[in-house]
Design a protein around this ligand. Structure first.
Ligand SMILES: [Zn+2]
Length: 117
């Protein structure tokens, strides 16, 4: 008879390689880098970006946003990222589950209808 041998699973240890010493410091305590802050123009562009991508800004604001994202790499990247995200979401059917109580009520109606018919 074989006893059940407990096999000690060896979990490979992940070597911790801090790529950036700043990673050891919580983000709220890290000094802000110049690249972390957005200019007032970038702030304005970010506010309008979602509406711009959806063609829901007026012509003046649309022209301004277009001009800004052509000149500003970060906002241009944000605009492309947003378009990619929206395209991905449009191609995705996100299943929506009905609340449990609604499902139970509908199932009960099926059962009742079957018993009556
Ligand atoms: Zn910008």
């Amino acid at each position: 008879m074989c006893g059940q041998a407990t096999t000690a699973r060896t979990v490979p240890r992940l070597a911790y390689l801090p790529s950036d010493p700043m990673n050891d410091i919580p983000s709220r305590l890290r000094p802000r880098r110049p690249s972390d802050s957005l200019s007032p123009d970038c702030d304005r562009a970010r506010v309008s970006l979602s509406a711009f991508v959806d063609d829901e800004v007026d012509a003046t604001e649309g022209a301004w946003v277009r001009s800004h994202i052509e000149q500003c790499e970060r906002c241009g990247n944000a605009e492309r990222g947003l378009r990619l995200l929206l395209a991905a979401l449009r191609g995705t059917e996100i299943p929506v589950l009905a609340p449990r109580t609604l499902r139970l009520r509908v199932e009960q109606q099926f059962i009742d209808a079957r018993q009556q018919g």
